[in-house]
Each structure stands twice: as C-alpha cells, then as structure tokens.
Design a binder for this molecule. Structure first.
Ligand code: FAD
Ligand code: 2HG
Ligand code: ZN
Length: 480
C-alpha cells in the first residue's frame, strides 16, 4: 500500500490531528536520548483509545508494516526507535495518559500507558499513598515504557523493579486482540502469567495500553545522607550496617564515584559538593518512615558515627531540610545528563551478585584501563541491587568519535565478557533494544534464545511488533 493510502487509513482510525508524516514532527522522536541512533518511520500516530490501537495494529498486519511503540523516548538502548530500513509506524502512547482510577483501600492505581511517572507519583500522594519506583527520567518516562523495559531505578532495593509493582496489564496483541488483564488481584494462579511476559518485552509482543500498579503507604518523612568513602567495598559494608539497624527504612543506597560527581559539578548549574575534601567514592542514602523522623535521624547518626570511628566511612552529612535533600538527589539523578554533556561513552548496564559487585567494579576498572590505554571508567548506580552503570569514556583529549569507532565494540565485548565470567547480566535494568542485541545474541545461552524466539513466533508470527529489538535473529547477517 502506498504511503498516502496508509496515511488516509490511519487518519480514519485515529483522526487527522493524531497522525503526521511531517519530518519536523517526527524528528524529535526518531533519535534516542543520547543521540546515538536515528531511525525512520512513515508516520507518527498518537491514538487516544485502546480500540484505535487495535485498528492500527490490524492495519499493520494487513499491510506488513512494522509497529514501534514509544512512550517518553527516554530508553537507553534505542528500543523505541525504528530501524532506518523498516517501513514502520511510530506508535506514540503519549496521548493515552489518563489516571483511570485509584483505590487507596486496595493500594492500587490504574493508569493509561502514556501516563508520565511523576504524574502517577503525584496522584498517589494526593491519596496518601506512594508509587515506589523512581528514576532520573521520571518527568518524561511513561508507565507503558517503564513496564515494557521492566525499569529499575533508585528504590529497587526495597520495592523491586517495575515487574514487582505491576498488578495488571491491558495490551493489544500482535493480531489486534485486546488482552484485558487489568486486575489488581494479589493472588491469581491461572497458569502462564501473560502480564509478566509483556513486562520486559520491549514492545515485541504487544502494545501496553493501560496498567494497574501497586501502591504503598506514604511514609512521609525522610532522612537523606551523603557519605564520603574510600572504597566500593566499604560502601556495601555500610549499606548492610544501616539495614542491620534500620531494616526496611533503607530505601535507596546509590554509589557515586568522584569522577561522576566532578562531571556533574562541571556541567550542571546550581550544583555543589555536599562534603569538603575529595573522596574516591560517595553514597547517597535515603531512609523513610511514617513514624517519628527525629528518632530515625538519631539512629542514623549513631550508625554513621560508629562507622566513622571504625574507619568504614570517611565523612558524612545529613540533609538539614527538604531543599538540601532534593539537592543531594539532584547530584545523583543528573549523572547521565552530565556524562552526555561531556562526550561519548560506551555504556554498560551490568549486574552481578550484590556481594561480588565491589570487587567487580575495582577489578574490571583495572582490567579496562590496562587493556585500553587511557580509557576512563565511570561506574555508578544501584550498588544494593548489584547493578552499576559501568560506562567507559575515551582517553582525555582524544577524538571521541574516532576512538569509539575503532575501539568501542572491543571495549563492550571486554566488559560483557567480564560480567559473564562474574555470573552477571549484560542488562540489569535498561533492556536489550537495538544497542545490546548483538551482544545478547553472542552471550545468551541457546536455550534462553530458543525459548524467546518460540514465544515471539507464537504471538507475532508476522513479525510486525518492534522488529529488530530484544530477540536476536537465529542467523544474524555477518558483518562484511
Ligand atoms: P521509551 O523510551 O519510549 O521506550 C522504551 C521501550 O519500551 C521501547 O522498546 C518501546 O518500544 C517500548 N514501549 C514504550 N511504550 C510501550 C507501550 N505502551 N507498550 C509496549 N511497548 C512500549 N532506566 C532504569 O531502569 N533505571 C534508571 O535509573 C534510569 N534512569 C534514567 C535516567 C535518565 C536521565 C534517562 C534519560 C533514562 C533513564 N532510564 C533508567 C531509562 C528509561 O527512562 C527507562 O528505560 C524507561 O522505562 C523508558 O520509558 P519511556 O516511556 O521513555 O519508554
Ligand atoms: C541511572 O541509574 C540510569 O542514572 C542511567 O539508569 C544510567 O546513564 C546511565 O548509564
Ligand atoms: Zn540506573
């Protein structure tokens, strides 16, 4: 079918205001957040109902077009960007952003897929509850994208990833049928869990149109601390000590190296280091309670004073106000932005067993620096989840583009091999998308790959749902 005829069909389905083929309208949504990948689409469609999504998916099946679902386009692996050679419809869920219902007694909220995370946070707070998943992209990332990538963030330590917080899903499957799984049941043993199959499927098995999410009690008081440390090993020991005294109150424990903090201070306005003096490592800690915050603060101070005496930490400061707590969090949440402003990076979102993470960080950094002269490692993130962003920068003063063109793939293979040898995963929370596809195909065990291909084939025999993402081909084309 000609592009013009497709446009007419799409306009009939979704209304002319929700369909565009103009290059200017499409451009912002055809490159990934870091500007590494640019794709092509014949149209951008922004449906307003699940029925419209069904009709668009049926049209794709009829005409052989690819459907690429997209939410906030904050993904880190270019999963929501069509490939340049696809005849694709870019299906934006951003207009389907209603909060459908919220039930404080049920501790649940039901929202459309395009609802932005910070809006969901606010809706939950207005009802005395919290949706306990947060990340630096919270003002753009959507619930559909967060489920489709099984996103993590800074509270996984306490509440788990998006999968653990997703109670029900409504989704359009590749044949255009509607999976009506918007239940908030905590117990439901009717066999295969289709909701969990769609979570983490990166748009390859269907389009999520709505979801029911778990809420938790508000716990309105927080204590936020910034620690200076000599080693990543010390950071893990500190986390375990805090948990030993404060238990579940420890909701976040984020590791920040001095190199990341330096980038933030250089590139992001209105930022300042919380502690005087340099420390090789820092940790951002958040404790939450519904009870007396002064009591929790006192416990925290006691644990930190003891850790200082024992030489486990080098320094610490507790935020004195909400403003200061927010300023500490900003330093952590803008690391990706500061790193982007500074130049290119080979990004590795790896996980290993939590207890192995401190040693992994140190040995992998030494190995990378020894193997690739001048390469600069920035390893930051979610230590308590065994997940760090082990990002590698080109040598200072070198031509970034030339260095990565020549060395980038070798660096990534090297880091992923070390991750595999440490019993880890090459994708902890960002997914596979396009950017990790070849490496996933290289390193995944054959049974995992065969099972994934069988599921994909069963649900999407025409291969229209987000082709070229997540599921490596059985026989990928060889590089010339
Ligand atoms: P998109 O980028 O639009 O899409 C991501 C994938 O989901 C694509 O494969 C797309 O096809 C699919 N998809 C989107 N919507 C749907 C839908 N409705 N149905 C089916 N498939 C869909 N990630 C973390 O896990 N932890 C972090 O701490 C974190 N921090 C970040 C900080 C910054 C500054 C940035 C820019 C990103 C960060 N991310 C993080 C990555 C990103 O925010 C997450 O991957 C997020 O889940 C993507 O949501 P999105 O709505 O932007 O999805
Ligand atoms: C974070 O934890 C995100 O800030 C982004 O997952 C990580 O930019 C990155 O490498
Ligand atoms: Zn992260």
């Amino acid at each position: 079918m000609e592009d013009r005829a497709i446009l007419e069909r799409l306009e009939t389905i979704a209304g002319p205001r929700n369909v565009t083929m103009h290059a200017d309208d499409l451009a912002p949504w055809l490159s990934d957040w870091r500007g590494r990948i640019t794709g092509r689409a014949i149209a951008l469609v922004s449906p307003e109902t699940a029925e419209q999504v069904q009709a668009i998916v049926r049209l794709a099946g009829e005409t052989g077009l690819a459907i690429v679902p997209q939410g906030g386009n904050t993904g880190m692996v270019a999963g929501g960007i069509p490939r340049p050679d696809d005849r694709a419809i870019l299906l934006s869920l951003r207009k389907m952003n209603m909060i459908r219902s919220i039930d404080p007694d049920d501790n649940s909220i039901t929202v459309e897929a395009g609802a932005v995370l910070s809006v969901v946070h606010q809706a939950a707070e207005e009802h005395g509850r919290r949706f306990p998943l947060s990340l630096g992209s919270k003002d753009s990332a959507t619930i559909g994208g967060l489920i489709a990538t099984n996103a993590g963030g800074t509270q996984v330590l306490r509440f788990g990833s998006m999968r653990a917080l997703t109670l029900g899903i409504e989704a359009v499957l590749p044949d255009g049928s509607l999976f009506e799984g918007l239940s908030t049941l905590r117990k439901d043993n009717r066999g295969y869990d289709i909701r969990q199959l769609l979570a983490g499927s990166e748009g390859t098995l269907g389009v999520i149109t709505a979801a029911s999410l778990e809420l938790v009690p508000a716990a309105p008081h927080r204590v936020v601390a910034w620690l200076g440390l000599g080693s990543a090993r010390g950071a893990l020991a500190m986390l375990r000590r805090l948990e030993g005294v404060l238990g579940d109150a420890v909701e976040s424990f984020e590791l920040v190296p001095d190199t990341a903090l330096a980038l933030v201070l250089e590139h992001i306005p209105d930022t300042r280091a919380p502690l005087a003096g340099g420390h090789p490592w820092h940790a951002l800690v958040e404790l939450r309670t519904a009870n007396d915050p002064e009591e929790m603060r006192k416990y925290c101070e006691d644990v930190l004073a003891k850790a200082l005496d024992d030489g486990l930490i080098a320094d610490a400061v507790l935020a004195e106000s909400e403003g200061q707590a927010a300023a500490f969090w900003k330093l952590r949440e803008v690391i990706s932005e500061a790193e982007r402003a500074d130049g290119m990076a080979a990004k590795h979102d790896v996980s290993v067993p939590v207890s192995a993470m401190p040693e992994f960080i140190e040995t992998a950094r030494e190995a990378v620096e020894a193997r690739f002269a001048g390469a600069r490692v920035i390893a930051f993130g979610h230590l308590g989840d065994g997940n760090v962003h082990f990002n590698v920068r080109a040598p200072a003063g070198s031509d970034d583009r030339a260095w990565f063109a020549q060395t980038g793939d070798a660096v990534s293979r090297f880091v992923h091999d070390m991750t595999r040898d440490a019993g880890g995963s090459l994708s902890a929370e960002h997914g596979i998308g396009q950017l990790k596809l070849a490496e996933f195909g290289r390193l995944a065990d054959p049974v995992r790959l065969a099972t994934m291909r069988a599921i994909k084939q069963a649900l999407d025999p025409l291969g229209i749902m987000n082709p070229g993402k997540l599921v490596p081909l059985a026989n990928p084309p060889k590089n010339p």
